[in-house]
Design a protein around this ligand. Structure first.
Ligand code: ATP
Ligand code: MG
Length: 280
């Protein structure tokens, strides 16, 4: 079976007044259908850039990307929008719900372009909400009347309502306490059990531990778990040697300390574009 995701030697070079920024430098990654993958990396390493490309919100400057066997680098903007609406679901750190709309209406939002009659849209939203375990008594509440964990489950239901093949989640537990975050991760696990492919970005190793596999990104390049462990062990060894030889102030071991839950530039605008709603 063709993989869900197959990206080869992808570069993404941003062009700004200040010059060129190579945010991805030759990324190669395949994700099998039904796999649950975590991507970890420090702030500015290229996580959101990669997610935007994998989610067909952006294109690589060079390289190839096949999504479920289809070369999406060749598709028009309209076709890409169709791929996003029909095959992909997105979950973000800040939930991105319409605060004054009801839970049900929020979940129905991605169906505005479908030709389903209103009753069927409502039914689909109802099913998606049930599948994430949100009690029915909340469906007619406004989304701003929910707890953070409930909001994130509504956001996951919204990502599921189109029955997508692949769900992308960018720091979905970043605004949640540990227990609530675990509940949300349990929801992703259940979605995987129902055949979804899940690609999750996180800076938290405990969250990444829910995935089948973790890859690491540093300076726009991907590394396997094994390669990352060797890199960190090398850093630690250099740090220890520096401390022995030169006292404090040697090479710093800041790789893990610099992980951050940043949201990346223009993220709110991109999410609004994606969801077809005004930036919140
Ligand atoms: N639209 C853009 N224009 C120019 N440079 C950009 C743009 N988006 C990202 N970059 C740069 O590309 C690099 C990777 O950014 P990206 O947002 O992918 O990082 P990230 O790993 O998601 O970080 P964070 O954890 O803070 O969200 C950074 O150097 C960033 O400044
Ligand atoms: Mg980011």
């Amino acid at each position: 079976m063709t993989p869900a995701i197959d990206i080869q030697r992808a570069w993404r070079i941003y062009e700004t007044a200040a010059g060129y920024t190579p945010a991805l430098r030759g990324v190669t990654l395949t994700v099998a259908r039904g796999e649950f993958l975590a991507i970890m990396g420090p702030s500015g390493s290229g996580k959101s850039t990669l997610m935007n490309i994998l989610g067909c919100l952006d294109r690589p400057t060079s390289g190839t990307y096949r999504l479920e066997g289809i070369d999406v680098t060749e598709l028009s903007e309209d076709d890409l929008a169709h791929v996003r609406a029909s095959r992909l679901g997105f979950v973000f750190q800040s939930f991105n719900l319409l605060p004054r709309a009801t839970v049900l209406r929020n979940v129905m939002l991605p169906l505005v372009y479908s030709d389903l009659p209103p009753r069927d849209r409502e039914l689909a939203a109802w099913r998606a909400l049930r599948s994430v375990g949100l009690p029915e008594e909340h469906y007619l509440h406004r989304s701003n009347e929910l707890s953070g964990g409930q909001m994130q489950r509504v956001a996951i239901a919204r990502a599921l309502v189109n029955d997508p093949a692949i769900i992308f989640a960018d720091e979905p537990t970043g605004n949640l306490d540990t227990a609530t975050g675990e509940m949300v991760m349990g929801t992703f696990r259940r979605m995987q059990a129902r055949g979804k492919t899940i690609v999750l970005i996180t800076h938290d190793p405990e969250v990444a531990a829910w995935a089948d596999r973790t890859v690491h990104i540093r300076d726009g390049k991907l590394f396997s778990d094994e390669e990352e462990r060797r890199y960190l062990a090398g850093l630690a060894a250099r740090e220890a040697a520096a401390e022995k030889g030169e006292g404090p102030g040697g090479a710093s071991l800041s790789a893990s300390a610099s992980f951050s839950a940043g949201a990346g530039p223009a993220a709110a605008a991109r999410r609004a574009l994606l969801l077809g709603v005004p930036a919140l």
